[in-house]
Ligand binder design. Structure first.
Ligand code: URP
Ligand code: ZN
Ligand code: ZN
Length: 487
Protein backbone atom coordinates (compact mmCIF):
# COMPACT_ATOMS: atom_id res chain seq x y z
CA UNK A 1 0.00 0.00 0.00
CA UNK A 2 1.18 3.54 -0.68
CA UNK A 3 0.22 5.70 2.27
CA UNK A 4 -1.02 9.26 1.95
CA UNK A 5 1.26 10.22 4.82
CA UNK A 6 3.95 8.47 6.83
CA UNK A 7 5.29 9.84 10.10
CA UNK A 8 8.60 8.12 10.58
CA UNK A 9 10.82 7.35 13.52
CA UNK A 10 8.99 9.20 16.30
CA UNK A 11 8.25 7.95 19.79
CA UNK A 12 4.58 7.00 19.55
CA UNK A 13 2.74 7.26 22.87
CA UNK A 14 -0.75 6.16 23.83
CA UNK A 15 -2.43 5.79 27.22
CA UNK A 16 -1.02 2.27 27.53
CA UNK A 17 2.12 1.99 25.44
CA UNK A 18 5.08 3.79 23.95
CA UNK A 19 7.33 2.66 21.10
CA UNK A 20 9.60 4.04 18.41
CA UNK A 21 8.05 3.45 15.00
CA UNK A 22 6.18 4.76 11.98
CA UNK A 23 2.55 5.79 11.59
CA UNK A 24 1.00 5.23 8.16
CA UNK A 25 -2.09 7.23 7.21
CA UNK A 26 -4.55 6.42 4.44
CA UNK A 27 -7.88 8.15 3.75
CA UNK A 28 -7.74 10.10 6.97
CA UNK A 29 -7.26 7.07 9.20
CA UNK A 30 -4.32 5.31 10.76
CA UNK A 31 -3.62 2.37 8.45
CA UNK A 32 -0.40 0.92 9.87
CA UNK A 33 1.81 1.21 12.93
CA UNK A 34 5.24 -0.40 12.62
CA UNK A 35 8.86 0.42 11.92
CA UNK A 36 10.04 0.71 8.31
CA UNK A 37 6.71 1.40 6.59
CA UNK A 38 6.59 1.40 2.78
CA UNK A 39 6.28 4.45 0.53
CA UNK A 40 4.00 7.40 1.17
CA UNK A 41 2.94 10.45 -0.83
CA UNK A 42 4.27 12.58 1.99
CA UNK A 43 6.79 11.85 4.75
CA UNK A 44 7.34 13.54 8.06
CA UNK A 45 10.55 12.76 9.91
CA UNK A 46 9.56 12.63 13.59
CA UNK A 47 12.99 11.46 14.84
CA UNK A 48 13.65 12.86 18.32
CA UNK A 49 10.03 13.96 18.66
CA UNK A 50 6.96 12.51 20.32
CA UNK A 51 3.91 11.41 18.35
CA UNK A 52 0.86 11.75 20.60
CA UNK A 53 -2.86 11.46 19.94
CA UNK A 54 -4.31 14.88 19.17
CA UNK A 55 -5.82 16.33 22.32
CA UNK A 56 -9.53 16.20 23.01
CA UNK A 57 -10.79 19.24 24.94
CA UNK A 58 -14.14 18.26 26.37
CA UNK A 59 -14.90 21.46 28.24
CA UNK A 60 -14.69 24.74 26.37
CA UNK A 61 -17.08 27.58 25.66
CA UNK A 62 -17.14 28.71 22.06
CA UNK A 63 -19.41 31.29 20.42
CA UNK A 64 -21.67 30.90 23.43
CA UNK A 65 -23.78 33.57 25.10
CA UNK A 66 -23.40 33.48 28.87
CA UNK A 67 -26.48 33.55 31.06
CA UNK A 68 -25.72 37.26 31.59
CA UNK A 69 -25.94 37.81 27.82
CA UNK A 70 -22.20 38.19 27.14
CA UNK A 71 -20.92 36.62 23.91
CA UNK A 72 -17.61 34.73 23.95
CA UNK A 73 -14.75 36.48 22.16
CA UNK A 74 -13.91 33.29 20.26
CA UNK A 75 -16.03 31.94 17.46
CA UNK A 76 -15.63 28.45 16.03
CA UNK A 77 -12.82 29.65 13.77
CA UNK A 78 -10.57 31.35 16.32
CA UNK A 79 -11.27 28.77 19.02
CA UNK A 80 -10.47 25.78 16.82
CA UNK A 81 -7.39 27.46 15.33
CA UNK A 82 -6.16 28.22 18.84
CA UNK A 83 -6.92 24.67 19.97
CA UNK A 84 -5.03 23.22 17.01
CA UNK A 85 -1.93 25.34 17.63
CA UNK A 86 -1.88 23.88 21.15
CA UNK A 87 -2.11 20.25 19.96
CA UNK A 88 -5.86 19.69 20.29
CA UNK A 89 -7.70 18.08 17.38
CA UNK A 90 -11.20 17.61 18.82
CA UNK A 91 -13.27 19.95 20.95
CA UNK A 92 -16.55 19.36 22.74
CA UNK A 93 -18.03 22.78 23.51
CA UNK A 94 -21.58 23.43 24.70
CA UNK A 95 -24.84 24.11 22.95
CA UNK A 96 -26.32 26.17 25.75
CA UNK A 97 -30.02 26.39 26.45
CA UNK A 98 -31.31 29.56 28.06
CA UNK A 99 -34.61 29.33 29.88
CA UNK A 100 -37.59 29.28 27.55
CA UNK A 101 -35.57 27.96 24.60
CA UNK A 102 -36.16 24.71 22.77
CA UNK A 103 -33.05 22.52 23.00
CA UNK A 104 -33.56 21.33 19.43
CA UNK A 105 -33.50 24.96 18.22
CA UNK A 106 -30.39 25.67 20.32
CA UNK A 107 -28.56 22.74 18.74
CA UNK A 108 -29.48 23.95 15.26
CA UNK A 109 -28.04 27.40 16.01
CA UNK A 110 -24.74 25.96 17.27
CA UNK A 111 -24.42 23.81 14.16
CA UNK A 112 -24.91 26.92 12.02
CA UNK A 113 -22.16 28.64 13.99
CA UNK A 114 -19.68 25.75 13.88
CA UNK A 115 -20.01 24.18 10.43
CA UNK A 116 -18.66 27.05 8.30
CA UNK A 117 -15.80 27.88 10.68
CA UNK A 118 -14.33 24.93 12.60
CA UNK A 119 -10.90 23.75 11.41
CA UNK A 120 -10.88 20.64 13.62
CA UNK A 121 -13.60 18.14 14.54
CA UNK A 122 -16.19 18.89 17.18
CA UNK A 123 -19.07 17.36 19.10
CA UNK A 124 -21.49 19.12 21.44
CA UNK A 125 -22.59 18.76 25.02
CA UNK A 126 -25.90 20.34 25.88
CA UNK A 127 -26.42 22.78 28.75
CA UNK A 128 -29.83 22.09 30.26
CA UNK A 129 -31.16 25.09 32.19
CA UNK A 130 -34.89 24.55 31.62
CA UNK A 131 -35.84 20.87 32.05
CA UNK A 132 -39.51 21.23 31.13
CA UNK A 133 -41.73 18.22 30.41
CA UNK A 134 -41.19 18.82 26.70
CA UNK A 135 -37.41 18.92 27.14
CA UNK A 136 -37.24 15.86 29.39
CA UNK A 137 -39.94 13.85 27.67
CA UNK A 138 -39.16 14.51 24.03
CA UNK A 139 -36.27 16.77 23.10
CA UNK A 140 -33.53 15.26 25.23
CA UNK A 141 -34.27 11.61 24.46
CA UNK A 142 -34.33 12.41 20.73
CA UNK A 143 -31.14 14.49 20.92
CA UNK A 144 -29.36 11.73 22.84
CA UNK A 145 -30.27 9.29 20.07
CA UNK A 146 -28.88 11.82 17.53
CA UNK A 147 -25.45 11.91 19.17
CA UNK A 148 -25.65 14.55 21.91
CA UNK A 149 -25.07 12.12 24.74
CA UNK A 150 -23.79 14.39 27.53
CA UNK A 151 -25.20 17.45 29.21
CA UNK A 152 -24.13 19.93 31.82
CA UNK A 153 -26.31 21.18 34.64
CA UNK A 154 -25.58 23.96 37.09
CA UNK A 155 -26.19 24.14 40.83
CA UNK A 156 -25.44 27.87 40.84
CA UNK A 157 -25.98 31.02 38.69
CA UNK A 158 -29.45 32.61 38.89
CA UNK A 159 -30.40 31.90 35.29
CA UNK A 160 -28.91 28.44 34.95
CA UNK A 161 -29.24 26.58 38.21
CA UNK A 162 -31.49 23.62 38.73
CA UNK A 163 -33.20 22.73 41.98
CA UNK A 164 -32.43 19.35 43.52
CA UNK A 165 -35.80 18.16 42.20
CA UNK A 166 -34.84 19.19 38.68
CA UNK A 167 -31.42 17.58 39.10
CA UNK A 168 -33.10 14.32 40.08
CA UNK A 169 -35.35 14.53 36.99
CA UNK A 170 -32.32 15.06 34.76
CA UNK A 171 -30.30 12.30 36.42
CA UNK A 172 -33.21 9.85 36.11
CA UNK A 173 -33.53 10.72 32.43
CA UNK A 174 -29.78 10.22 31.91
CA UNK A 175 -30.08 6.80 33.54
CA UNK A 176 -33.00 5.79 31.31
CA UNK A 177 -31.36 7.05 28.12
CA UNK A 178 -27.71 6.19 28.75
CA UNK A 179 -26.39 9.78 28.77
CA UNK A 180 -23.69 11.33 30.98
CA UNK A 181 -24.48 14.29 33.24
CA UNK A 182 -21.77 16.84 34.02
CA UNK A 183 -22.36 19.11 36.98
CA UNK A 184 -21.12 22.55 37.98
CA UNK A 185 -21.17 21.96 41.72
CA UNK A 186 -21.25 25.10 43.89
CA UNK A 187 -23.82 25.94 46.58
CA UNK A 188 -25.75 28.90 45.18
CA UNK A 189 -27.17 30.11 48.49
CA UNK A 190 -23.78 30.20 50.23
CA UNK A 191 -22.31 32.21 47.36
CA UNK A 192 -25.24 34.63 47.25
CA UNK A 193 -25.28 35.08 51.01
CA UNK A 194 -21.57 35.85 51.17
CA UNK A 195 -21.64 38.09 48.08
CA UNK A 196 -24.50 40.18 49.46
CA UNK A 197 -22.63 40.87 52.68
CA UNK A 198 -19.38 41.63 50.86
CA UNK A 199 -21.09 44.12 48.54
CA UNK A 200 -23.01 45.73 51.42
CA UNK A 201 -19.68 46.33 53.11
CA UNK A 202 -18.28 47.91 49.95
CA UNK A 203 -16.11 44.97 48.88
CA UNK A 204 -16.68 44.82 45.12
CA UNK A 205 -13.11 44.14 43.92
CA UNK A 206 -12.34 40.97 41.93
CA UNK A 207 -10.57 39.27 44.85
CA UNK A 208 -13.90 39.00 46.67
CA UNK A 209 -15.10 36.66 43.93
CA UNK A 210 -12.85 34.01 45.44
CA UNK A 211 -14.11 34.79 48.95
CA UNK A 212 -17.78 34.42 47.98
CA UNK A 213 -17.18 31.21 46.01
CA UNK A 214 -16.03 29.54 49.22
CA UNK A 215 -14.38 26.12 49.28
CA UNK A 216 -17.26 24.84 51.39
CA UNK A 217 -19.73 26.02 48.75
CA UNK A 218 -17.90 23.76 46.30
CA UNK A 219 -17.54 20.75 48.59
CA UNK A 220 -21.14 20.92 49.89
CA UNK A 221 -22.56 21.00 46.37
CA UNK A 222 -20.21 18.23 45.30
CA UNK A 223 -21.41 16.05 48.21
CA UNK A 224 -25.03 16.81 47.39
CA UNK A 225 -24.54 16.02 43.71
CA UNK A 226 -22.93 12.70 44.66
CA UNK A 227 -25.90 11.87 46.91
CA UNK A 228 -28.39 12.67 44.14
CA UNK A 229 -26.47 10.51 41.67
CA UNK A 230 -26.22 7.67 44.19
CA UNK A 231 -29.95 7.83 44.84
CA UNK A 232 -30.68 7.47 41.14
CA UNK A 233 -27.81 4.98 40.61
CA UNK A 234 -26.33 6.91 37.72
CA UNK A 235 -22.76 8.01 36.95
CA UNK A 236 -21.91 11.70 37.29
CA UNK A 237 -18.96 13.86 36.27
CA UNK A 238 -18.04 16.75 38.55
CA UNK A 239 -16.48 19.37 36.27
CA UNK A 240 -13.81 22.01 36.93
CA UNK A 241 -12.92 20.86 40.46
CA UNK A 242 -10.70 23.25 42.39
CA UNK A 243 -10.95 22.73 46.17
CA UNK A 244 -9.07 20.03 48.10
CA UNK A 245 -12.26 19.37 50.10
CA UNK A 246 -14.24 18.68 46.90
CA UNK A 247 -11.47 16.37 45.66
CA UNK A 248 -11.78 14.39 48.90
CA UNK A 249 -15.55 14.08 48.41
CA UNK A 250 -14.96 12.61 44.94
CA UNK A 251 -12.17 10.34 46.17
CA UNK A 252 -14.39 8.99 48.95
CA UNK A 253 -17.29 8.38 46.56
CA UNK A 254 -14.98 6.56 44.17
CA UNK A 255 -13.62 4.54 47.09
CA UNK A 256 -17.19 3.44 47.83
CA UNK A 257 -17.42 2.10 44.30
CA UNK A 258 -19.67 4.84 42.89
CA UNK A 259 -19.19 5.99 39.31
CA UNK A 260 -18.30 9.55 40.16
CA UNK A 261 -15.83 11.10 37.73
CA UNK A 262 -13.72 14.22 38.13
CA UNK A 263 -12.46 16.91 35.77
CA UNK A 264 -9.97 19.66 36.51
CA UNK A 265 -8.37 22.45 34.49
CA UNK A 266 -5.10 24.41 34.11
CA UNK A 267 -6.29 27.34 36.22
CA UNK A 268 -6.43 25.08 39.29
CA UNK A 269 -2.83 23.98 38.83
CA UNK A 270 -1.24 27.25 37.77
CA UNK A 271 -3.24 30.03 39.50
CA UNK A 272 -4.20 30.75 43.10
CA UNK A 273 -6.55 33.26 44.73
CA UNK A 274 -3.48 35.53 45.17
CA UNK A 275 -3.46 36.08 41.40
CA UNK A 276 -6.89 37.68 41.71
CA UNK A 277 -5.66 40.09 44.37
CA UNK A 278 -4.31 42.80 42.06
CA UNK A 279 -4.84 46.56 41.94
CA UNK A 280 -8.03 47.85 40.34
CA UNK A 281 -9.88 45.38 38.17
CA UNK A 282 -6.78 43.57 36.91
CA UNK A 283 -7.66 40.54 39.04
CA UNK A 284 -10.78 39.97 36.90
CA UNK A 285 -8.48 38.36 34.33
CA UNK A 286 -8.02 35.44 36.73
CA UNK A 287 -11.63 35.01 37.90
CA UNK A 288 -13.47 31.84 37.11
CA UNK A 289 -15.91 29.63 38.95
CA UNK A 290 -15.01 27.77 41.04
CA UNK A 291 -12.04 30.09 41.66
CA UNK A 292 -8.40 29.07 41.96
CA UNK A 293 -7.60 28.38 45.65
CA UNK A 294 -4.15 28.10 47.28
CA UNK A 295 -0.87 26.19 46.99
CA UNK A 296 -2.23 23.27 49.06
CA UNK A 297 -5.21 22.95 46.71
CA UNK A 298 -2.86 23.01 43.72
CA UNK A 299 -0.96 20.09 45.27
CA UNK A 300 -4.23 18.23 45.87
CA UNK A 301 -5.14 18.72 42.20
CA UNK A 302 -1.75 17.35 41.10
CA UNK A 303 -2.28 14.34 43.37
CA UNK A 304 -5.74 13.74 41.93
CA UNK A 305 -4.36 13.88 38.39
CA UNK A 306 -1.63 11.38 39.19
CA UNK A 307 -3.65 8.92 41.28
CA UNK A 308 -6.79 8.74 39.14
CA UNK A 309 -9.37 10.80 41.04
CA UNK A 310 -9.48 12.94 37.89
CA UNK A 311 -10.09 11.26 34.58
CA UNK A 312 -10.08 14.36 32.40
CA UNK A 313 -8.06 17.57 32.19
CA UNK A 314 -9.96 20.18 30.15
CA UNK A 315 -9.42 23.86 29.49
CA UNK A 316 -12.83 25.30 30.49
CA UNK A 317 -11.80 27.93 27.94
CA UNK A 318 -14.21 30.78 28.64
CA UNK A 319 -12.97 33.55 26.37
CA UNK A 320 -13.96 37.02 27.54
CA UNK A 321 -12.00 40.12 26.66
CA UNK A 322 -10.81 42.41 29.45
CA UNK A 323 -13.19 45.19 28.45
CA UNK A 324 -16.87 46.10 28.35
CA UNK A 325 -17.62 43.42 25.72
CA UNK A 326 -16.56 40.71 28.16
CA UNK A 327 -15.16 40.73 31.67
CA UNK A 328 -16.17 44.26 32.59
CA UNK A 329 -19.74 44.99 31.45
CA UNK A 330 -19.89 48.10 33.67
CA UNK A 331 -16.38 49.31 32.86
CA UNK A 332 -14.43 50.60 35.84
CA UNK A 333 -17.52 50.23 38.03
CA UNK A 334 -17.89 46.47 37.49
CA UNK A 335 -18.11 44.53 40.76
CA UNK A 336 -17.07 40.90 41.17
CA UNK A 337 -20.75 39.93 40.90
CA UNK A 338 -21.05 41.51 37.45
CA UNK A 339 -17.82 40.25 35.87
CA UNK A 340 -18.02 37.59 33.19
CA UNK A 341 -16.67 34.41 34.75
CA UNK A 342 -14.01 32.25 33.16
CA UNK A 343 -10.46 32.27 31.85
CA UNK A 344 -8.98 31.38 28.45
CA UNK A 345 -6.78 28.29 28.09
CA UNK A 346 -7.64 26.25 25.00
CA UNK A 347 -4.14 26.63 23.49
CA UNK A 348 -2.00 26.29 26.60
CA UNK A 349 -3.90 23.35 28.17
CA UNK A 350 -1.61 20.65 26.77
CA UNK A 351 1.74 22.46 26.71
CA UNK A 352 1.43 23.65 30.32
CA UNK A 353 0.45 20.20 31.61
CA UNK A 354 3.22 18.64 29.53
CA UNK A 355 5.86 21.02 30.84
CA UNK A 356 4.87 21.05 34.50
CA UNK A 357 3.45 17.54 34.67
CA UNK A 358 5.54 15.31 32.40
CA UNK A 359 8.61 17.58 32.42
CA UNK A 360 8.66 17.81 36.23
CA UNK A 361 7.96 14.06 36.58
CA UNK A 362 4.58 14.45 38.24
CA UNK A 363 2.87 12.52 35.43
CA UNK A 364 4.02 9.81 33.05
CA UNK A 365 3.62 10.44 29.34
CA UNK A 366 0.93 7.78 29.15
CA UNK A 367 -1.02 9.40 31.99
CA UNK A 368 -0.68 12.72 30.15
CA UNK A 369 -2.23 11.12 27.05
CA UNK A 370 -5.02 9.55 29.09
CA UNK A 371 -5.85 12.83 30.84
CA UNK A 372 -5.76 15.00 27.74
CA UNK A 373 -7.08 12.76 24.96
CA UNK A 374 -8.03 9.13 25.50
CA UNK A 375 -10.19 9.49 28.61
CA UNK A 376 -12.16 12.35 27.02
CA UNK A 377 -12.96 10.21 24.00
CA UNK A 378 -14.00 7.33 26.27
CA UNK A 379 -16.00 9.56 28.61
CA UNK A 380 -18.11 10.95 25.79
CA UNK A 381 -18.54 8.09 23.32
CA UNK A 382 -15.88 9.03 20.75
CA UNK A 383 -13.44 6.18 21.41
CA UNK A 384 -11.65 4.56 19.57
CA UNK A 385 -12.29 6.93 16.67
CA UNK A 386 -10.67 9.74 18.70
CA UNK A 387 -8.17 9.89 21.55
CA UNK A 388 -5.72 7.16 20.58
CA UNK A 389 -3.21 6.03 17.99
CA UNK A 390 -4.46 2.69 16.67
CA UNK A 391 -5.09 1.14 13.28
CA UNK A 392 -8.57 2.27 12.20
CA UNK A 393 -8.66 5.39 14.38
CA UNK A 394 -8.82 8.84 12.83
CA UNK A 395 -5.32 10.10 12.08
CA UNK A 396 -5.50 12.88 14.69
CA UNK A 397 -1.94 13.38 15.83
CA UNK A 398 0.26 15.96 17.50
CA UNK A 399 4.00 15.75 16.93
CA UNK A 400 5.75 17.33 19.89
CA UNK A 401 9.17 18.80 20.31
CA UNK A 402 9.70 17.95 23.99
CA UNK A 403 12.65 20.33 24.29
CA UNK A 404 11.15 23.45 22.77
CA UNK A 405 11.11 26.38 25.19
CA UNK A 406 8.21 28.77 24.81
CA UNK A 407 7.46 31.93 26.74
CA UNK A 408 3.71 32.30 26.83
CA UNK A 409 2.26 35.63 25.82
CA UNK A 410 -1.11 36.77 24.53
CA UNK A 411 0.54 37.89 21.30
CA UNK A 412 1.68 34.36 20.35
CA UNK A 413 -1.69 32.72 21.07
CA UNK A 414 -4.42 32.44 18.46
CA UNK A 415 -7.53 33.15 20.48
CA UNK A 416 -9.24 36.55 20.46
CA UNK A 417 -9.18 37.20 24.17
CA UNK A 418 -6.31 39.69 24.14
CA UNK A 419 -4.70 38.50 27.38
CA UNK A 420 -3.57 35.27 28.98
CA UNK A 421 -3.46 34.58 32.72
CA UNK A 422 -0.10 32.89 32.09
CA UNK A 423 1.70 35.85 30.46
CA UNK A 424 5.49 35.56 30.73
CA UNK A 425 5.69 31.96 31.94
CA UNK A 426 8.34 29.87 30.21
CA UNK A 427 7.50 26.24 29.57
CA UNK A 428 9.25 23.35 27.85
CA UNK A 429 7.60 21.25 25.13
CA UNK A 430 5.22 22.29 22.37
CA UNK A 431 3.43 20.51 19.50
CA UNK A 432 5.07 21.50 16.24
CA UNK A 433 2.92 19.58 13.73
CA UNK A 434 -0.77 18.90 14.28
CA UNK A 435 -2.77 16.57 12.07
CA UNK A 436 -6.54 16.07 11.92
CA UNK A 437 -7.94 13.11 9.93
CA UNK A 438 -4.65 12.96 8.05
CA UNK A 439 -4.76 16.65 7.10
CA UNK A 440 -1.89 18.80 8.29
CA UNK A 441 -3.62 21.56 10.21
CA UNK A 442 -0.60 23.26 11.77
CA UNK A 443 3.06 22.87 10.84
CA UNK A 444 6.00 24.94 11.98
CA UNK A 445 3.79 27.73 13.30
CA UNK A 446 1.69 27.99 10.13
CA UNK A 447 -2.01 27.17 9.79
CA UNK A 448 -2.82 24.97 6.80
CA UNK A 449 -6.49 24.14 7.38
CA UNK A 450 -9.36 26.08 5.87
CA UNK A 451 -12.48 27.41 7.58
CA UNK A 452 -15.15 24.75 7.87
CA UNK A 453 -12.80 21.81 7.28
CA UNK A 454 -13.65 20.31 10.69
CA UNK A 455 -16.54 17.87 10.97
CA UNK A 456 -19.31 17.30 13.48
CA UNK A 457 -18.96 14.10 15.52
CA UNK A 458 -22.11 12.46 16.84
CA UNK A 459 -21.27 10.79 20.16
CA UNK A 460 -22.26 7.24 21.03
CA UNK A 461 -23.91 6.52 24.36
CA UNK A 462 -20.79 6.24 26.50
CA UNK A 463 -19.80 3.20 28.53
CA UNK A 464 -19.00 5.63 31.33
CA UNK A 465 -22.72 6.45 31.67
CA UNK A 466 -23.68 2.86 32.48
CA UNK A 467 -25.27 2.57 35.95
CA UNK A 468 -23.87 0.11 38.44
CA UNK A 469 -27.29 -1.53 38.80
CA UNK A 470 -27.13 -0.88 42.54
CA UNK A 471 -30.07 1.27 43.63
CA UNK A 472 -29.93 2.48 47.23
CA UNK A 473 -31.64 -0.09 49.52
CA UNK A 474 -34.66 2.09 50.46
CA UNK A 475 -35.51 2.67 46.82
CA UNK A 476 -35.02 -0.97 45.89
CA UNK A 477 -37.37 -1.89 48.75
CA UNK A 478 -39.91 0.76 47.78
CA UNK A 479 -39.89 -0.41 44.17
CA UNK A 480 -40.63 -3.93 45.40
CA UNK A 481 -43.45 -2.63 47.63
CA UNK A 482 -45.11 -0.59 44.88
CA UNK A 483 -44.44 -3.35 42.36
CA UNK A 484 -42.70 -1.24 39.73
CA UNK A 485 -39.54 0.87 39.37
CA UNK A 486 -39.92 4.41 40.71
CA UNK A 487 -37.98 6.02 37.83
O1 URP B 1 -15.96 30.43 35.36
C1 URP B 1 -16.23 29.62 34.55
N1 URP B 1 -15.86 28.36 34.68
N2 URP B 1 -16.93 30.02 33.52
C2 URP B 1 -17.35 29.27 32.46
C3 URP B 1 -18.71 28.76 32.70
C4 URP B 1 -18.69 27.50 33.49
O2 URP B 1 -19.27 27.48 34.56
O3 URP B 1 -18.11 26.51 33.07
ZN1 ZN C 1 -19.26 25.50 35.10
ZN1 ZN D 1 -17.15 25.89 31.71
Amino acid sequence: MTFDLAIRGGTVVTADQSFVGDVGVKDGRIAALEPGLGPAARDIDAGGRLVLPGGVDSHCHVEQESSMGVMCADDFYSATVSAAFGGTTTIIPFAAQHRGQSLREVVKVYHERAAPKAVIDYAFHLIVSDPTEQVLGQELPALIRDGYTSFKVYMTYDKLRLSDTQMLDVLALARREGALVMVHAENHEIIQWLAKRLLEQGHGAPKYHAVSHARLAESEATSRAVVLAELIDVPLLIVHVSAAEAIEVIRTAQGRGLRIYGETCPQYLFLTADDIDLPGLEGAKYCCSPPPRDAAAQEAVWRGLADGVFQVFSSDHAPYRFDESGKLPKGAKTTFKEMANGVPGIEIRLPMLFSEGVGKRRLSLSRFVALTAENHAKMYGLFPRKGTIAVGSDADLAIWDPEREVTISASMLHDRVGYTPYEGRTITGWPTTVISRGRIVVDGGVLHAGRGSGSFLPCAKPETARPLGRPVPELALMSRVVGQPLF
